[in-house]
Design a binder for this molecule. Structure first.
Ligand code: ADP
Length: 548
């Protein structure tokens, strides 16, 4: 027997409709690419986005066509995002931090018809225009005055398009399973692959994010998504804030400590989300200038593991609560959060902090299991490592155009490529990416755990651990450290710091001080590049063995 409730398609245009109808005067504040702070509202954003949908139709965009954005977080980006999705086209967020060849690959693979771009990215688009044959139009997200600086033949002006479009576009007149958006994984191995979200998957993810143990966003919040819209949909915030009626503060292209701090204070931000490196920049800026925070209460940190020093710094010096989150592009992206259970909330602050450093527990809608390489389920005992597998209504089923073939196991679970433990309280902890884990004498060593402890040393700015070949043990860990500016240190100092904090056999065989630890396009330590740079490196312990 079927239920007798209304079939109300879960399409994301309804999220902006809700914001415009019920939180119409709630602000969206942006640090514009041109410089000044600009203000708009959900009501205005809907009107302008509808006009833009009509303008896109005028350019020949049809439902299902891919329309890309190469843009920072701004109000205009939100308008383009809803204009594209609302009319049934697919909003393809491009990550401008990718190498030009990868960007061209992705644009061609997606067959993008139109690209919305910030002024910032015109030079790269101009240089590679000839390698993007499917692109019919480039729209510059600026006004006529900004166009005067735009050196790009044939480029269209965003504001002119908005002004010329009629306000009457009908949105969302399609099945909720229609594709809404496309985001490529950064492709640390092989070519990037496209994750094609549906209206339904985004809508359900949005509802889940609003939960108190998830993002906990309300109409009273002022939210600063530092995480870019091109990094796994800004972790859903462009939808969640509209759904909740929260004020949005969009940081544009300035993500340094001073610029983020300024917006936090001037706009009264209560909640923010970003990768750890952004927060390191903010904490350093506040400490150097002896600044405090007057409104910020909560931050979500994810994308890579949160070092203990960040959680303590926020808590003890600035009174801000950190929620650690884990997820991936393939999961829309939220997978787990470190919110306390009743049992954990009843423990002392130090015990609570131990749980905060784990990646956390899944919200409703995310199923998880741990498996070994033979496909057998592993116990949730907090120590057994295994492959982390996930399943749910906002998790990828297959990649765009079938890349990678069948990616689910027999039970319909997707392999995250992460290695993790799950403890008896259901807290998942990532120990590594499967391809980074160090296999020493048949046992696994977690590079993330060593890195997080090492970066807690007061002289360390960034730390990375990779495996280096060893004749007896296969691989042994090497710790690379980028020191704080102007300080000196020794291998012995770092090894002494790790002593007693990790198992003895996890102790790195060497510590190498480097000028640079490279970060990838989504702010994570780029281990592939580090391994390339360390190609000729031989462990001192391996050398000793060779000469013995
Ligand atoms: P990519 O950077 O490969 O495009 P994502 O941005 O989707 O992909 O990143 C997903 C991966 O980032 C996860 O599979 C995991 O390895 C890592 N990651 C995300 N959040 C965390 C976290 N809190 N702790 C450790 N690793 C994380």
């Amino acid at each position: 027997m079927l239920g007798l409730m209304q079939n109300w398609p879960l399409t994301v245009d309804r999220i902006l409709d809700h914001a415009a109808n019920w939180h119409g005067d709630r602000e969206i504040v942006s640090r514009s690419i041109e410089g000044p702070i600009v203000r708009t509202t959900y009501g205005e954003v809907r009107t302008r986005a509808k006009k833009l949908s009509n303008a896109l139709k005028g350019l020949g965009v049809k439902p299902g066509d891919r329309v890309a954005t190469l843009a920072w977080n701004t109000g205009r980006h939100i308008e383009a995002w809803y204009a594209i999705m609302g009319m049934g086209a697919v909003c393809h967020t491009l990550n401008p931090r990718l190498f030009a060849e990868q960007l061209c690959y992705i644009i061609n693979h997606a067959e993008d018809k139109v690209i919305f771009t910030d002024l910032t990215f015109l030079p790269i688009l101009k240089e590679h225009r000839a390698s993007m044959p499917t692109v019919e139009h480039v729209v510059v997200m600026t006004d006529e005055a900004g166009m005067a600086e735009a050196d790009f033949p044939g480029a269209l002006c965003f504001e002119t398009l908005v002004a010329g479009g009629g306000p009457d576009c009908v949105w969302g007149d399609f099945d909720e399973n229609t594709a809404s958006s496309l985001c490529y994984t950064s492709g640390t191995t092989g070519h990037p692959k496209g994750v094609l979200y549906s209206h339904r998957s985004n809508f359900i993810h949005t509802l889940v994010t609003l939960g108190v143990d998830v993002m906990n966003i309300s109409a009273r919040d002022t939210v600063l998504p530092v995480v870019p819209m091109f990094h796994a949909n800004a972790w859903g915030l462009a939808f969640s804030c509209a759904a909740a009626g929260a004020k949005l503060v969009m940081p544009g292209q300035k993500l340094d400590g001073a610029s983020v701090y300024e917006l936090l204070e001037t706009e009264g931000v209560t909640f923010s989300a970003a990768v750890p490196t952004v927060w390191l920049g903010l904490l350093t800026h506040m400490r150097e200038n002896k600044l405090g925070l007057s409104t910020l209460k909560r931050v979500v940190i994810g994308g890579s593991a949160v070092p203990e020093a960040i959680v303590r710094g926020f808590r003890d010096e600035f009174g801000v609560d950190v929620t650690h989150a884990w997820g991936m592009t393939e999961m829309s992206p939220l997978g787990t959060l470190s919110s306390p259970t009743a049992k954990v909330a009843a423990t002392d602050p130090e015990t609570q902090l131990r749980y905060k450093l784990k990646q956390g527990r899944p919200p409703v809608g995310v199923e998880m299991k741990l498996e070994n390489d033979a496909g057998e389920r592993l116990p949730h005992d907090g120590t057994t490592f295994g492959r982390l597998m996930v399943k749910g209504p906002f998790i990828v089923d297959s990649y765009f155009k079938g890349d990678g073939g069948q990616i689910l196991d027999d039970e319909g679970f997707f392999d995250t490529g992460d290695v993790a433990t799950i403890d008896g309280d259901g807290y998942m902890q990532i120990t590594d990416r499967a391809k980074d884990v160090i296999k020493s004498g048949g046992e696994w060593i977690s590079t993330i755990e060593i890195e997080n402890i090492a970066v807690g040393h007061e002289k360390a700015f960034l730390a990375a651990v990779i495996g280096a070949a060893h004749p007896k043990w296969d691989e042994r860990p090497v710790l690379l450290v980028k020191l704080m500016p102007g300080v000196e240190s020794t291998k012995e100092e770092f090894l002494a710091f790790l002593e007693g904090k990790i198992a003895k056999w996890w102790t790195p065989d060497d510590v190498v001080f480097v000028d640079d630890i490279p970060l990838g396009a989504t702010g994570k330590i780029d281990k592939k590049l580090i391994r390339e740079r360390m190609k000729g490196y031989v462990l001192p312990t391996a050398k000793a063995k060779e000469t013995a």
